[in-house]
Design a protein around this ligand. Structure first.
Ligand code: NAD
Length: 520
């Protein structure tokens, strides 16, 4: 008999049934999901048909003008109500997230905090970001230019399973704040988390039709969503992101693409080693390494390499690897059998080609069906898959470096460009080094959270890590169409009556020279 935690018994049936009513699905077809806590069925998710997608978009389109007309301040108040509900219901939400993903409760609660902080940021700041503004016109005093930010309409949000609440909501909240409606397709495995968030969003006062949720396989629903949406916001793998971008390009709609990473951490010789080790543990093994911004490469100055390595290995071996709804686990299980296969293959490939396993390197089916130990490798070389490819799991390789130029070159030697971390007691030098890294975000003396939780700061990838930025004003404005309205007073732009064209050109030339001097 299995000794696994029986996930199905952790969530009341009535809760699951209630949450499932949030899916727009009219047919009888369902698809079973499985909990990583025990590998047993958790819920049967109703599947959306093409007709359901049509209905979801029709409802969203008809709700959107009224939602936009509420104005950013009123919308902001509703987002702040959502913030309060998330914090008030964090225990139930965390139970659902843990049951669906197998992650440690601490990781689940951090997700809830992140969504709450995102709701607060947009609730407080969107009105200011969206305010119409005056810009200089062609002729001083005579040409008035007003710039407006109109919502795009209906935004499709396609999200992955690894952070099922954060990824389902953080982009969509920005779209809502900008006056759009949303049709969301969460990952098939983690529908309950997204539906639990939806329930709170509706309770906060966001009209039901303004945020629709559909369910089904991404390969079928994804293209159908892109064909109906005014903007697609996708978070997931680089391979799928490329096909999403192609289809969006064909339809001439914008795509926000938050994709994979192979993120480097750099530990300089003058780093505070205790803090760097603590940061490495969190940065590599939070969410069992299934985090787009987590570190899979650590470059350490040779002078402190041995000290860092030994402390990092000791801290990693001390982590509690387990599963359950309580606060005991430091690291939970991987989320699926396919994740386990991918992670084990990366570690086995490195080991078989000569890498040294300093910690971990083993599946732990005694704890949960797809559990895998936090793993530290040394001696990883170019021909090993994990040198360049994203593992998306708890596997990190250590590399010594001799000078910081070499560390920067190694860190930048990647097709990805999502996140990085630099550790040094010389903050100015660390920031200068950060500026040389070809990534969207850099944390100095912190692993991940300093940028990820600074909601006013844009976040996103370069290269194969994606297109566009979430968070900050950039994260809101991407969901708007910018419109310029220029009002011309008095002097028209044609040749004044009675003036020869040549004379007009001479007057214009003098005017342009004058504008050049006053630097307008
Ligand atoms: P995935 O690309 O397989 O799936 C992501 C989502 O896309 C799911 O909802 C899926 O159903 C849907 N999908 C599948 N096929 C589709 C298609 N043809 N068209 C449209 N949608 C489709 O990714 P995954 O394996 O679930 O997630 C892990 C990946 O996501 C990793 O590479 C990770 O780095 C990345 N990720 C990136 C970020 C970020 O912010 N940059 C955040 C989390 C995860």
């Amino acid at each position: 008999m299995s000794t696994y935690v029986a996930a199905r018994q952790l969530l009341p049936s009535a809760t699951i049934e209630r949450l499932l009513t949030g899916v727009r699905a009219s047919a009888a077809e369902t698809r079973a999901t499985v909990s990583p806590l025990d590998g047993a069925p958790l819920a049967r998710i109703p599947q959306s048909t093409d007709a359901d997608l049509d209905a979801a978009f029709a409802a969203a389109r008809s709700a959107q003008p009224a939602w936009a007309a509420l104005g950013p301040a009123t919308r902001g108040r509703l987002l702040l109500a959502f913030h309060d509900l998330l914090l008030a219901h964090q225990a139930e939400l965390a139970d659902i997230i843990v049951a669906e993903t197998g992650k440690a409760r601490r990781d689940a609660v951090e997700e809830i905090f992140h969504v709450a902080m995102t709701a607060r940021y947009h609730g407080v700041h969107a009105a200011c970001v969206l305010r119409s503004e005056r810009r200089p016109g062609l002729f001083p005093l005579l040409t008035r230019v007003d710039v407006h930010h109109h919502p795009k309409g209906v935004v499709a949000v396609i999200s992955p399973w690894n952070y099922p609440l954060t990824m389902a909501f953080s982009d969509g909240l920005a779209a809502l704040a900008a006056g759009n409606a949303v049709v969301a397709k969460p990952d098939a495995q983690t529908m309950l988390s997204a539906l639990a968030g939806l329930e709170l969003l509706r309770r906060a006062g966001v009209p039901a039709d303004a945020w629709q949720v559909v369910a089904g396989p991404g390969s079928k629903l994804g293209p159908a969503l892109i064909d109906r949406a005014d903007h697609v916001c996708f978070t997931g793998s680089t391979a799928t992101g490329r096909s999403v971008g192609e289809r969006a390009g064909h339809n001439l709609i914008a795509a926000s693409l938050e994709l994979g990473g192979k993120n480097p951490m750099i530990v300089c010789a003058d780093a505070e080693l205790g803090a760097a080790v603590d940061g490495a543990v969190r940065g590599c093994f939070a969410n069992a390494g299934q985090l787009c911004v987590s570190f899979e490469r650590i470059y350490v100055a040779r002078a402190v390499y041995a000290d860092f390595r030994d402390s990092f290995v000791a801290a990693t071996l001390a982590l509690d690897l387990s599963v359950g709804l309580d606060w005991t686990p430091d690291v939970g299980t991987l989320a699926s059998e396919s994740q386990l296969k991918k992670v084990a293959a990366a570690a086995d490939d490195a080991r078989s080609r000569g890498a040294t396993v300093l910690a971990g390197g083993r599946a732990r089916p005694d704890l949960a069906p797809w559990s895998y130990e936090p793993t530290i490798l040394e001696g990883v070389t170019e021909e090993m898959a994990c040198f360049r490819e994203e593992t998306f799991g708890p596997v990190v390789a250590l590399y010594p470096f001799d000078d910081e130029d070499a560390a920067v070159a190694a860190a930048n030697d990647s097709a990805y460009g999502l996140n990085a971390s630099v550790w040094s007691t010389d903050h100015r030098r660390a920031r200068a080094l950060a500026a040389r890294l070809r990534v969207g975000t850099v944390n100095v003396n912190e692993a991940i959270g300093a940028t990820f939780a600074s909601l006013a700061a844009p976040m996103g990838g370069r290269g194969q890590s994606g297109l566009g930025r979430r968070q900050g004003p950039e994260g809101i404005l991407r969901f708007t169409e910018t419109q310029s309205v220029a009002t011309q007073r008095g002097l028209g732009l044609g040749t004044p009556p009675g003036m020869a064209k040549e004379q007009f050109a001479a007057v214009m030339t003098r005017g342009l020279r004058l504008l050049r001097v006053v630097r307008r």
